[in-house]
Design a protein around this ligand. Structure first.
Ligand code: ATP
Ligand code: MG
Length: 359
């Protein structure tokens, strides 16, 4: 929604680790490009409420009101409990899994962010093993292997439940077809392991097939996850014509593989599309190893913000900034360490801003 100043208010969640540094960079580029956006900055650092850690209400309210947000990485404790040890310590064993629930998951659930869109395109002039990667992957974002339902059956036996619902499968499939249509891609490929997970992935496929009937202009097919990995790494070009759609975990893994093909996590954006809001974020994490050193590559967050601008129909601003960033990378003089350069986040940002001035 446009405010009285002619600007759109967007929630900005700078995040943890390198989050504040890369957010600064995006803000600087946006003000240099005169993008009509005013940022409403909120923190999602969990607070204690009624004995539980929750995301502060102001953050939730801000995203709910603005319906669009740009988000830096949030650190999720990556330690998992040693289940035998924990049980020994607590006598009833139910301490396991009661810890910190992932903030990313909380945001996804709060705003029904059902589809995660992850494009990966080779950057012209930036040398990687392939120069023709152009994949778009849509990951189911709410269930599957991420249902969070795990328990110990008996000593030494743990069960983790992969939950697939018709509703969520149909919803993400429909979004994939819409996305294909809107972006001029002629094919949707459902990626699966229904040969092994016959019922769960099987139903995911049934939902995709049913939705496909509503889109006669788009070819629909299916392929096994392992085969897709093999084929993309041998020749990514055939995948440039389509949108791939898949259950949660497969999308997590396959998108990192595609990111590797174009130069790594510093370059890959994503958008979480939801019923109540859409949140755009880099695929990478908080990179604690380089946080605070001014070395982070802000490109992934910047490209995520450009997906956001296009989502808001601010296409001209998006194209202008994209061109400035991609030429800066292609020239290779002022790029960050992860891309093989020597420049700081600030120097790279300044180089992009200089290009904007010349455009
Ligand atoms: P988290 O737990 O938040 O996911 P992590 O330790 O898994 O953190 P990632 O952020 O996923 O770290 O990054 C993995 C590796 O890639 C790290 O070595 C990190 O420094 C590097 N990396 C990730 N993002 C960037 C970036 N934007 N610029 C430069 N290097 C990055
Ligand atoms: Mg990580």
């Amino acid at each position: 929604q446009k405010g009285s100043d002619g600007k759109y208010t967007v929630t900005l969640i700078p995040g943890d680790g390198i989050g504040p540094e890369i957010s600064e960079s995006v803000k600087a580029i946006y003000s240099a490009a005169n993008v009509p956006i005013s940022w409403e900055e909120v923190s999602v650092t969990p607070i204690l409420k009624g004995g539980k850690t929750v995301i502060p209400d102001v953050a939730i309210q801000s995203v709910r009101k603005n319906t669009v947000a740009l988000k830096g990485p949030l650190a999720t404790p990556s330690q998992y409990p040693d289940i035998r040890l924990t049980r020994a310590q607590t006598d009833n064993g139910d301490a396991v899994g009661k810890g910190h629930i992932s903030l990313n998951l909380t945001l996804r659930r709060t705003f029904n962010l059902f589809a995660n869109v992850r494009p990966c395109a080779s950057i012209k002039g930036f040398k990687t093993p392939y120069d023709d990667v152009n994949t778009v992957l849509i990951r189911e974002n709410t269930e599957g292997e991420y249902s969070g339902i795990e328990h110990e059956v008996v000593d030494g036996v743990v069960q983790s439940i992969k939950l697939i619902t018709w509703e969520a499968s149909e919803r993400v499939a429909r979004y994939a077809f819409h996305h294909a249509q809107a972006s001029g891609r002629k094919r949707v490929t459902a990626v699966h392991k229904a040969n092994i997970m016959k019922m769960s992935d099987g139903m995911f496929l049934s939902a995709c097939r049913q939705v496909a009937k509503d889109f006669p202009g788009i070819t629909y097919d299916e392929d096994l996850l392992d085969r897709v990995c093999l084929q993309i790494t041998q020749n990514p070009l055939p995948y440039a014509d389509r949108v791939m759609v898949m259950p949660n975990l497969y999308g997590d893994i396959l998108s990192d593989m595609c990111a590797g093909l174009i130069g790594g996590l510093g370059l890959t954006p994503s958008g979480n599309i939801g019923r109540d809001a859409s949140i755009f974020e880099a695929v990478h994490g908080s990179a604690p190893d380089i946080a605070g050193k001014g070395l982070a590559n802000p490109t992934a967050l910047l490209l995520s913000s450009l997906m956001m601008l296009r989502h808001m129909n601010l296409n001209d601003y998006a194209s202008k900034i994209e061109k400035a960033a991609l030429t800066t990378i292609a020239e290779g003089k002022t790029i960050t360490g992860d891309l093989g350069g020597k420049s700081s986040t600030k120097e790279y940002t300044a180089a992009i801003i200089e290009k904007l001035g010349k455009a």
